[in-house]
Design a protein. Structure first.
Length: 119
């Protein structure tokens, strides 16, 4: 709201305004295993109104690939580690095969998409 000189309109009193500050915090987490863990800790530290974005450390393709693979693997691997029975090595091999299958599907789709853009 604004007033012109000589106008009879008054600005609202500052005591009636509720002002807040937007605070951005960026940090690198080398300790957490999962996105959910990071979000839970951030909400604990900064409250439910916090906007939390978890992303790779950089925009380099390698960092995005690592980040994506970590999301595909970590929950399942942690479950396997905590159960840690005699079949762990076989289970890790199966997990690796499942993730490689998903990655191969993505690679195939990228190739198809690129070819369709050219042709």
């Amino acid at each position: 709201m604004s007033t012109q000189a000589g106008s009879s309109k008054k600005l609202p009193a500052f005591s009636t305004l509720r002002l807040s500050m937007k605070v951005s915090i960026t940090y690198h987490d080398n300790e957490s295993f999962t996105i959910e863990e990071v979000v839970k800790q951030a909400i604990h530290n900064y409250g439910k109104a916090a906007k939390i974005e978890v992303m790779p450390e950089s925009t380099m393709a390698y960092d995005h690939i690592y980040f994506g693979l970590q999301q595909l693997i970590t929950h399942e691997q942690l479950s396997l580690l905590f159960e840690r029975d005699a079949s762990y090595q076989q289970d890790i091999k199966r997990l690796r095969e499942e993730v490689l299958y998903k990655v191969t599907e993505i690679i195939d789709q990228v190739i198809i998409d690129n070819e369709s853009k050219v042709g």
